[in-house]
Design a protein around this ligand. Sequence first.
Ligand SMILES: NC(=O)c1ccc[n+]([C@@H]2O[C@H](COP(=O)([O-])OP(=O)(O)OC[C@H]3O[C@@H](n4cnc5c(N)ncnc54)[C@H](OP(=O)(O)O)[C@@H]3O)[C@@H](O)[C@H]2O)c1
Length: 346
Amino acid sequence: MPDSFTRTVKHLGRLFLSKPMAEPVEMAGRHVIVTGASPGSIGYETARILAEWGATVVATRVRDVVRMASSLKDDLRRHGADPDNITAHRLDLADPDSVNAFAAWYRGRFHGKLHVLINNAGIHKKTLAPLKTAPLTDDGFEIHWRTNYLGTFHLTRSLLPLLQRTGLESGDARVVNVSSGLHDRAENEDLFDEGPLSNEEPQRDEPTRSKEPRYHSWDSYGKSKLAMVHMAFEIDRRFADSHNLRAVAVHPGVVMTNLTLPQAFGGRMGKALHRISSALTSLVLLSPTAGAQTIVMCASRRPLQGGRYYERCAVAESSLDSQDPEAANRLWDLSERWAGTLAEPI
Ligand SMILES: NC(=O)c1ccc[n+]([C@@H]2O[C@H](COP(=O)([O-])OP(=O)(O)OC[C@H]3O[C@@H](n4cnc5c(N)ncnc54)[C@H](OP(=O)(O)O)[C@@H]3O)[C@@H](O)[C@H]2O)c1
């Protein structure tokens, strides 16, 4: 598990290397979903580039979908592309009704065609110091696990029949899971501890339970991202040969987005400090356009090697734990069982 120092040095070193760019590919006739495409995000640039290359793109976010849509359409017009290549829709991965409603809407609107599902949406509610208890969603799960992994699993499972059918008809369907280099903070045993797929109250007399603060958002974020790698590899193992459905996981790099933007403070002094820290941060992080390149490459390059982890537009090494097919298979089966408890899609 590389430490933060090694990680930072590696990132800074790469800033001086050339930034790999995805080669443009004709995408007309290909249907793509990009989750988490708010302005200023990696998903926004991913949706914009693929729509500019001719794909029919559905972009999602939780809040202010109208602003996202008009901004994306304006960008397409400015670049001489058809603004109708983009449709926007609300999607909240942590809300099963929202996922079901989105999947039903998509099926009806696009007649069952889906060539590429880009599972990009994600959160990191950063904590600077350990907390006593984990922040939970309304249905009682740790928030990163629920949003980044379980919600994405639910969405993918709901759209799987479309991906499989499109894979059989067109010979090429894909799932691109946006993970993170931080997936290596977690180990496989973390995925199965304390029943992460169950929202039951943990046992009070559990011997490992301590009263000391022990919740680290970075570990929980890493755990959700390890699960995203497993999910991608497992989809590829299960459906590449039978349905021409390939899946990969991606680390986009360390990118200046809403997720990495320094926290805003109140007051005039706070605002000035925020402006300065944002300007400094932008010097050492990739732009969202650079951060989108590996995702765009995985969504478009033909052929693509599935069941792999990509970084800087090339196959890279993911953690040893992420390469364990037994853990991936077990996680898939548990996730399936959990998803089976949710209300049926409309
Ligand atoms: N930035 C980095 O350095 C970096 C590094 C490695 C990996 N990543 C990964 O890259 C992906 C994109 O992140 P980003 O940096 O572009 O962050 P961002 O600018 O914060 O974008 C995150 C997107 O996810 C959406 N989202 C948040 N909660 C959601 C929910 N409950 N359901 C559905 N969508 C939700 C947000 O929508 P709203 O705006 O409407 O809330 C937004 O569109 C994430 O998976 C992140 O973990 C980022």
